[in-house]
Design a protein around this ligand. Structure first.
Ligand code: IPM
Ligand code: MG
Length: 368
């Protein structure tokens, strides 16, 4: 039976970029890799349809799917909705209920785009970093999380950063395993100089390394210094492992180094099933819903398309197909084709979202 893909296009430019990803999936379908494709709602559009950022029925489908592919959620239209049902809550519920603790965010600089980086070409040429972000713990989910009324009439806002040993150990193991098939180096980032969770993080990563991954090179950085090093000399990094909040921030920084947020894919993975070895997984572009350009055909679909390549690699054991798709994207960029985010002043004319999707599909034929 063909594996099922659940598409959740979401809001803003989500539906536009997912339509291009679908074209790519159809190409693979014609070339021997079949998928059963389903589609459903998440985010603001789900709130509009049934008052929730994701419905229980959609969650059921996500739990059954072999992989979930998400576009983007959110937009100013839903600024006023209650906190519990804001669009982002749909994404957070998917991460939590699917147990997707390992968020892989590669920041790779395509040669053809090095001049679009906010850093000089010589600092980012050949850049290939993988940020491994813990995704189901930390301050995103820690309790209490609330705004309290104080007797003096003020309010007090509380978020809680919590990490248990096993949560740190399993994300560290993912980072070390991935480093083994890359350049063999992991840098762990926390704030042990001010946070207890940082003290434990450092301790557990160090022990996991000593006991199970001594062949990998491990270094540690305070997360603020890590942010500074990311813009000073980014190529020193191979794999960075860090918590949920630092990972959110550092991955945006790393993304910008590569030229455009419109290029970066991500994978969020659960633990392997003890019987089948399969991991629950969700793939999504790192860029958000970009409501300012939604509906204009200006969005860059390459991050969504490259997220599909990650799905081929991590969920469907189709590494060669993933390589082929990544080569197709490189070919298209080398041909000089650019969406509006990558043309800039003095650049050539931009092609539309759909034209970019068509170009990748055409390039797949010659990327073999
Ligand atoms: C991300 C996003 C999300 C996060 C938002 C949309 C909840 O910024 O995936 O990086 O903070 O994790
Ligand atoms: Mg973010």
């Amino acid at each position: 039976m063909a594996p099922t893909l659940l598409l959740l296009p979401g809001d803003g430019i989500g539906p536009e970029v997912m339509a291009e990803m679908r074209k790519v999936a159809r190409w693979f379908d014609r070339h021997g890799l079949s998928f059963e494709i389903e589609e459903d709602l998440v985010g603001g559009c789900a709130f509009d349809a049934h008052g929730q950022a994701i419905s229980d029925a959609t969650m059921e489908r996500a739990l059954r799917a072999d992989a979930v592919l998400l576009g983007a959620v959110g937009g100013p239209k839903w600024d006023g909705v209650p906190y519990e049902v804001r669009p982002e809550a749909g994404l957070l519920r998917l991460r939590k209920d699917l147990g997707l603790f390992a968020n892989l965010r590669p920041a790779k600089c395509f040669d053809a785009l090095a001049d679009f980086s906010s850093l000089k070409r010589e600092l980012v040429e050949g850049l290939d970093i993988l940020i491994v972000r813990e995704l189901t713990g930390g301050v995103y989910f820690g309790e209490p999380k609330e705004i309290r009324d104080l007797p003096n009439g003020e309010k007090r806002a509380i978020d809680t950063q919590v990490y248990d040993t096993h949560e740190i150990e399993r994300i560290a193991a993912v980072a070390f395993e991935l480093a083994r098939v890359r350049q063999g180096r992991v840098c762990s980032m926390e704030k042990r100089n001010v946070m207890k969770s940082g003290v434990l993080w450092h301790e557990v990563v160090t022990r996991t390394h000593r006991e199970r991954f001594a062949d990998v090179e491990l270094s540690h950085m305070l997360a603020d210094a890590g942010g500074m090093q990311l813009v000073r000399n980014p190529r020193q990094f191979d794999v960075i492992v860090t918590d949920n909040l630092f990972g959110d921030i550092l991955s945006d920084v790393a993304a910008m180094l590569t030229g455009s947020l419109g290029m970066l894919p991500s994978a969020s993975l659960g633990a392997p099933d003890p019987e089948t070895g399969r991991r629950r997984a969700l793939y999504e572009p790192v860029h958000g819903s970009a409501p300012d350009i939604a509906g204009q055909g200006r969005a860059n679909p390459l991050a969504a398309i490259l997220s599909f390549a990650m799905a081929l690699r991590y969920s469907f054991d189709a590494g060669e197909a993933a390589d082929r798709l990544e080569r197709a994207v490189e070919l298209v960029l080398a041909d000089g084709l650019r969406t509006a985010d990558l043309t800039g002043p003095g650049g050539g004319a931009a092609i539309s979202t759909a034209e970019m999707g068509d170009a990748v599909v055409a390039a797949l034929d010659r990327a073999g």
